[in-house]
Ligand binder design. Structure first.
Ligand code: SAH
Length: 254
């Protein structure tokens, strides 16, 4: 006798859709998402699809028609409300594309609320492609079953970011020149937080001085080794999630 599949099946494809969902809604999926459902996942009528809208949460839908170019779905039931997201921003200096793509993906998986691309003097790039970044973040959220997308802020220069900094949001500055051990600094603060990580070439002296002088900034160390920018971002987020985020219970949420 075949094993009874779990309901809904864990392997059901997950998709974020752009408009809010509701019960008994008929929905047409087009373009690359339809290709993914019909060709990659071979979705057939009756198959379950998990939908998220980044507003109301996560829904179970079923395929009604699987066409070549588009797939029709019927929304059946809400499975989960949109999750509460720990109130952590990642302010990451732009790096070469593959490293920054990795940071977008991993920051999403690890659970940040907002990703702020930052331009510093030693950055090798000064812009990102927002559509591409949104696609990476969305795919990562689908893959790890987030029901909330991290927000993607517009790229900002470091000095502008510091000038407009929201008072009271603690800015943990990952400084390879040294600082308070990250775990200690995180544990000493309960409230909105952000991490600032430099580019491949690090911050220059003037930038380091300006950041350290900012009233909300605390320089942190991630240990005695010089990490690549992407490693530093991943490590700094992971530690924060463990100490103050939702890996440890009562996290402040955005
Ligand atoms: N090229 C620089 C290193 C830059 S590392 C140099 O040789 O000095 C890239 C970024 O990762 C840094 O700007 C910093 O934000 C972060 N980083 C790397 N290692 C770190 C560490 N041990 N502690 C804190 N931050 C670190």
């Amino acid at each position: 006798m075949p094993a009874t599949p779990a309901w809904p099946p864990r392997s059901a494809p997950r998709l974020f859709v752009p408009a809010p969902l509701q019960q008994d809604q008929a929905l047409r999926i087009e373009g690359p998402q339809a290709h993914y459902l019909a060709r990659v996942m071979r979705a057939a009528p009756g198959d379950a699809v998990i939908l998220c809208d980044d507003v109301t949460g996560e829904w179970l839908a079923r395929v009604t028609v699987a066409g070549k170019r588009d797939v029709d779905l019927m929304v059946e039931a809400r499975l989960r409300a949109r999750e509460a997201v720990p109130d952590l921003w990642l302010c990451a200096a732009l790096t070469k594309k593959p490293a920054f793509d990795l940071v977008l993906e991993k920051a999403t998986e690890l659970g940040v609320d907002l990703i702020q691309p930052v331009v510093t003097r030693r950055c090798v790039a000064d812009r990102i492609n927002p559509e591409r970044a949104a696609a990476i973040v969305t795919e990562a959220a689908e893959q790890c079953a987030r029901t909330a997308l991290p927000r993607l802020a517009e790229t900002a220069k470091l000095d502008a970011l510091l000038r407009a900094w929201p008072t009271g949001r603690r800015l943990f500055f990952a400084d390879e020149a040294g600082g308070v051990p990250a775990v200690e600094a995180y544990a000493a603060h309960n409230g909105p937080a952000a991490l600032l990580v430099g580019p491949e070439g690090g911050f220059d002296d003037a930038e380091r001085t300006a950041i350290r002088a900012h009233p909300d900034a605390v320089a942190i160390t991630l240990g005695p080794r010089i990490l690549r920018a992407e490693t530093a971002a991943i490590a700094a987020i992971s530690l924060w999630m463990g100490v103050a985020g939702d890996w440890s219970g009562g996290a402040p949420t955005a």
